[in-house]
Ligand binder design. Structure first.
Ligand code: SF4
Length: 763
């Protein structure tokens, strides 16, 4: 099954240089300003960048790293990738009816993600009617009517899918889930299904809430920060400032990652002369672990900490906390007593000395914060690994105390907020009851489809309509060939977007593109200055208000579009004031305050205080809303995944010029890549063993238990520091290699960090 994504003409100039050993620096400032001035011009650049992440400004539409409190906020409170995200949205280039008249869907399909988004901001609602070759303009009300007719023509509500990307505001997310449920389905797949769903499951089952337990202040106060399976230099760059602050205070950093990422080694903070000239060394110890070795590693940590406790009782295990607030410790302790070190060393690819030295850091530190991202969550055993991290955290009593805790770092600006607002295919009855009581209709109770099941439903003809609230589902999902075919089999696809992308081209018989306002832009829906709210990775909720002129006069806000579709679809079927909601978002916040747990008096609090922190019982009071009423230790069997002879295991990842499926440029300067994306990072040992050389061009073929060979062609091999047997390449180009059914246990998250591939020499 071959699905080679288009190749950018610019890739002909691909250059490979040395990887960097520090992040940011002056180059980050130069690139940020050059990108901003090129896309937005001087005036809009100044306006947008000076409002980015500011109190009365707008929230960055990129990652979910929190903002410092008002007293500690910088004038330039953003990073290089934040500047790229704002520039990409604030561009003066536009895509309107004339563009679509010029370019057929078939022709656009030959273009890359980078080329598609680079064309500019969408300005007009567009429709592609059955059999047509080109999108054509459509009036907003006609668009809403058409969507309503198509949705109501479905055999049953569960044939519709309501997908959410993490950029959607809390107000849009609340209205969206309300619409889907009033329509009669819980089919609410969202981008969290592809990234931190394993975190949600692992934490909910062990501490009773699927969110991290730390604040930014805790990071600043920690004396040990563990960063595992995360590349903050590219994916959460302002985190480096927090790590630098902690280092200045004497903290130590333990980095665990297959790749020696520049952002884990050293940070040249461009905001300070000392940062710029000297920089801050980050990792004190770096464990260059094999992909999927983390479960074994954290079990070894637990084992060594228990041994240290036996040697000096009361020095490692927080006995009082363990006895009073947890269950399952004895079973866990017994389980780790049988640890097989051979398995640990095989799975991790590390030496016992390396592991023992890292465990020493965990045993002796007083305040530990453990951070993680996709390198932990996108594996078959991800949920077990997260529970293993929780085990060590509980054993040390590192939760609900200052300077310590669990810190899954979210990749999309409001992905956590969307879930809090009810965007979840399996919301609990307690939430659905509140919705019923507030709006007087009985919401569906059977669980809906998450992202992987949504593609299965499209493939199997069980889903016939797809509505995308932002994002680029087709390119973000695994098994691109199956996902694209599924979307094309639909009767209706609707994409609420700011820019053109591949999901507009893998379309249903009837397809609509609805252009929406961005975070930087003024929202005067209903004739008043509207603001929205978001929740960051540390549960801090705050307001966001754009002030730039919209990219086009026909653009509408996410809330306005959703209320238009809901009204046209449901009519007076349910007693929901869609028009009032679109007129005044405070009306929505009033309802959020009565339905969403932890958001009491939401409208008033946002109006008066501008924000607050969502409750988190383990953090706030060391109480654990699990069925047991306590935190839970878990004894997970250790399964070491092996790679067949002559094969390697691939992890997909972002370049430094990328945010999710948005490709800002073709460089990855920290890894030494210029003008190219079809590269595979591979160790010298694997090149020698497999009979290849740096610079060879190969096809990648993934092999899976279903016997189907999935292909991605034409990748240049780049010799790189990575554990033997482990290679890395960018998505979405390598997403065709990930089998749809290759997912994490319990969370159903695609295993994007573990794909067994063979390298095929190109003829
Ligand atoms: S760290 Fe994340 S949220 Fe902050 S400016 Fe950078 S990309 Fe935006």
């Amino acid at each position: 099954m071959s699905s080679s994504t288009p190749i950018d003409a610019e890739e002909a100039d691909l250059k490979v240089g040395k990887a960097k050993t520090h992040a940011a620096g002056l180059t980050a400032v130069r690139i940020s300003m050059a990108t901003a001035l090129k896309q937005m011009g001087p005036v809009r650049t100044a306006r947008n960048l000076l409002r980015l992440n500011q109190v009365e400004g707008f929230d960055c539409m990129s990652c979910a790293w929190p903002d410092p409190d008002n007293k500690h906020r910088h004038t330039a409170e953003f990073c290089e990738n934040g500047a790229k995200a704002v520039s990409w949205e604030g561009t003066r280039d536009t895509v309107g009816p004339e563009f679509f008249a010029q370019h057929s869907v078939a022709e656009l399909n030959t273009q890359t993600e980078h080329w598609l988004e680079k064309q500019g901001r969408l300005t007009h609602p567009m429709v592609l009617r059955p059999g047509a070759t080109h999108y054509e303009p459509i009036d907003w009300d006609d668009a809403f009517r058409l969507i309503g007719e198509q949705l109501n023509a479905l055999g049953n509500p569960d044939e519709a899918l309501f997908y959410t990307s993490g950029r959607a505001s809390n107000e849009a997310a609340f209205v969206y889930q309300l619409f889907a449920r009033a329509f009669g389905t819980n089919n609410l797949p969202d981008c969290s299904n592809m990234c931190h769903e394993s975190t949600g499951v692992g934490l909910s089952e062990s501490i009773g809430i699927g969110k991290g337990s730390v604040s930014l202040q805790d990071i600043h106060e920690a004396d040990l920060i563990v960063v595992c399976g995360q590349n903050p230099g590219t994916n959460h760059p302002r985190m480096l400032s927090a790590l630098e602050q902690a280092k200045h205070r004497g903290a130590r950093i333990l980095a665990i990652n297959p790749l020696r990422e520049a952002g884990l080694l050293k940070f040249n903070n461009p905001q300070t002369p000392k940062g710029m000239l000297k920089g801050a060394q980050l990792a004190d110890q770096f464990l260059q672990i094999r992909s999927n070795g983390d479960l074994a590693l954290w079990q070894a940590f637990g084992h060594l900490l228990l041994e240290a406790e036996e040697r000096n009782p009361g020095t490692v295990v927080d006995r009082e906390f363990v006895e009073s607030s947890t269950v399952g410790f004895e079973q866990y302790r017994k389980h780790l007593g049988e640890l097989d070190w051979d398995e640990v060393l095989t799975a991790t690819g590390l030496t016992r000395e390396e592991i023992e030295s890292a465990a020493e850091l965990l045993a002796t530190s007083k305040k530990i914060v453990t951070c993680w991202a996709m390198g932990i969550t996108q594996h078959r055993n991800a949920v077990a690994t997260i529970k293993e991290i929780v085990n060590v955290t509980l054993m040390r009593g590192m939760i609900g105390v200052p300077g310590a805790g669990l810190c899954p770092v979210r990749g999309h600006s409001n992905v956590q907020g969307d879930r809090s607002m009810g965007v979840w295919e399996q919301s609990p009855d307690s939430f659905l009851d509140k919705l019923r009581d507030e709006f007087g209709f009985e919401p569906p109770r059977h669980h809906g489809y998450d992202a992987v099941n949504a593609v299965r439903a499209l493939r199997d003809g069980k889903a016939r309509a797809f509505i995308g609230l932002g994002g680029n589902f087709v390119s973000a999902m695994s098994d691109t060939t199956v996902t694209e075919a599924g979307m094309r089999s639909a009767a209706l696809t609707v994409q609420i977007s700011t820019k053109l992308n591949r999901s507009h081209l893998a379309h249903g018989s009837t397809a609509l593109i609805l252009p929406t306002l961005g975070r930087t832009e003024k929202d005067l829906t209903g004739g008043i200055v509207q603001r929205v709210t978001v929740e960051d990775s540390m549960s801090a909720v705050h307001a966001s208000r754009g002030r730039s002129e919209p990219a086009g006069e026909l653009l509408r806000s996410e809330v306005d579009i959703l209320c238009g579709i809901a009204s046209a679809t449901l009519g007076d079927r349910v007693d929901v004031p869609w028009t009032e909601f679109a007129r005044d978002y405070d009306q929505i916040r009033q309802r959020i305050g009565r339905v969403v747990p932890g958001c009491e008096n939401y409208a008033e609090v946002i109006r008066e205080r501008g924000g607050f922190t969502m409750p988190h019982p383990p953090r706030d009071s060391r109480t654990f809303p699990t069925p047991e009423g306590k935190a839970v230790f878990t004894a997970s069997p250790l399964q070491v995944l092996t790679v067949p002879e002559g094969r390697v295991v691939l992890q997909t990842m972002r370049s430094h010029d990328q945010f999710n499926t948005t490709i800002y440029g073709l460089n990855d300067r920290y890894r030494g890549i210029k003008s190219g994306r079809r590269v595979v990072f591979i160790s010298a040992a694997d090149l020698a063993e497999l009979g290849f050389a740096d610079g060879d061009v190969v096809n990648l073929v993934s092999e899976w238990e279903d016997g189907i060979e999935r292909r991605a062609d034409e990748f240049r091999l780049v010799e790189y520091s990575t554990p033997k047997g482990c290679v890395a390449a960018y998505y979405p180009e390598t997403n065709p290699l990930i089998p749809l059914d290759s997912t994490a246990l319990d969370s159903n998250t695609p295993t994007s960090k573990w794909v067994v591939v063979r390298l095929e020499r190109r003829a």
